[in-house]
Ligand binder design. Structure first.
Ligand code: SF4
Length: 393
């Protein structure tokens, strides 16, 4: 008989959701891997670009296509607006006359778009398998259970929850219900200042690195002020004393793309290119961020490279589609990827040209496919937390 090792015992591995092949396979218990309810054009079809153009032209003002910076070039060329998750959330409501919003990004972004757009607008995600591994690391049940632990430890009244934009709508709603706020990588400091004016502790979801980097590097916290709550261990793996002493309770989540960069990647790069500037996203590990010269959101990275002098060298720690695009956009600068290994966001990459063509052609026929819809109550409380973010000083 096979027995499963106890949590934390030798041989224990955290449960992982099965990896589903690009655009194929189904996991009916989550939004991932759901097959297209129709016929997907083959990727080898030489007419794909022309078909996407024709479908978009036929839809005209009826469709508004949003494209995240990490999307493939073959997809981003059809975006009416490009941006990071915050900019796209703001832009989602910018064209209320368009009944269809096609979101080329991942699931949590399409949810935010559904929350922020008008009732008559329908949000479409070309491939429902485009989730986000970081957002999946904090489920509603786990976060509810964490809050019960905080209540049992007698600290819940001191805690203000803050969630990164990269979280599901029900986590945002949880935060809204408990008087917290959503943040992005551009406004995390302001969100935390606001949260600490309301309580003495913060529960930061789901990206431990953004929470730690902001608290330590921007707010002067000590590393010991931050503890990591592990949802796979009893009481998060923390002692009652740790709950009492901590100022920052970090959820044990991370981005699988930005989490790949290491201090070694920085050291190797500095050795190869001595005058290199290291520019990284704050979702990178603390050991990487402390070694970097510049740290900031996707929009900050784009701006910094645009303003950099000709001839300067840059190693960039973020998603590869974006780094390649920026290198092509600025041929007068030496722009490199920080790591030696290929580092695409595999879930972002699920939105490819066949899925975009398939969804646009369906909309052109009047058929709405892969609609992302957030129920009214969840949308209401998620909007409370999003509005709180938009009202940050
Ligand atoms: S880059 Fe990271 S945080 Fe962004 S969608 Fe991909 S897995 Fe999620």
């Amino acid at each position: 008989m096979t027995t499963t090792p106890e949590i934390g015992a030798p041989g224990f591995t955290e449960p992982r959701l099965p990896l589903l092949l690009l655009g194929a396979g189904t996991d009916p218990d989550s939004e991932r891997g759901v097959d297209c309810p129709g016929e997907l054009p083959p990727a080898s079809d030489p007419e794909l670009v022309e078909r996407a153009r024709a479908a978009k032209a036929a839809l005209g003002e009826q469709v508004f296509v949003l494209g995240h910076h990490y999307q493939r070039d073959e997809v981003i060329q059809f975006a009416d607006v490009t941006g990071d998750s915050f900019k796209l959330a703001q832009q989602a409501a910018a064209r209320p006359q368009a009944p269809y919003v096609v979101f080329c990004g991942v699931h949590f972004m399409a949810e935010s778009a559904d929350i922020l757009t008008a009732d008559h607008q329908q949000v479409v995600l070309p491939d429902l398998a485009a989730g986000c591994s970081m957002a999946d690391m904090a489920t509603f049940d786990q976060v509810e259970e964490c809050w019960e632990v905080l209540e049992d430890m007698g600290v819940a009244d001191d805690v203000v929850p803050v969630t990164y934009m990269n979280s599901s709508a029900d986590i945002k709603a949880f935060v809204g219900r408990h008087g917290g706020v959503v943040c992005t990588s551009s406004n995390a400091r302001r969100a935390l200042d606001w949260a600490y004016s309301k309580g003495s502790k913060v529960l930061f979801l789901p990206d431990q690195h953004l929470g730690r980097n902001t608290a330590v590097l921007e707010m002067g916290f000590a590393l010991e002020d931050c503890v990591v709550y592990n949802p796979h261990r009893p009481d998060g793996g923390l002692t009652p004393q740790q709950f009492r002493d901590a100022r920052m309770l970090l959820w044990r989540g991370h981005c699988s793309v930005h989490g790949r960069f290491t201090k070694q990647s920085v050291d190797d790069m500095r050795e190869q290119v001595p005058d290199v500037n290291i520019l990284v996203h704050p979702e990178c590990r603390h050991e990487v961020v402390v070694e970097a010269d510049y740290i900031g959101s996707t929009e900050y990275i784009i701006r910094t490279l645009a303003e950099a002098p000709a001839g300067s060298s840059w190693a960039v720690g973020t998603e590869l589609n974006l780094v390649r695009r920026l290198a092509n956009r600025h041929p007068d600068k030496n722009i490199m990827f920080l790591d030696r290994t290929v580092c695409f966001c595999s879930t972002m990459n699920r939105i490819d040209l066949p899925h975009l063509v398939w969804s646009l052609e369906a909309l052109a026929r009047g058929e709405v496919v892969n609609r992302i819809r957030v129920d009214e109550e969840t949308a209401h409380y998620a909007r409370v937390a999003l509005d709180q973010m938009l009202a940050l000083p």
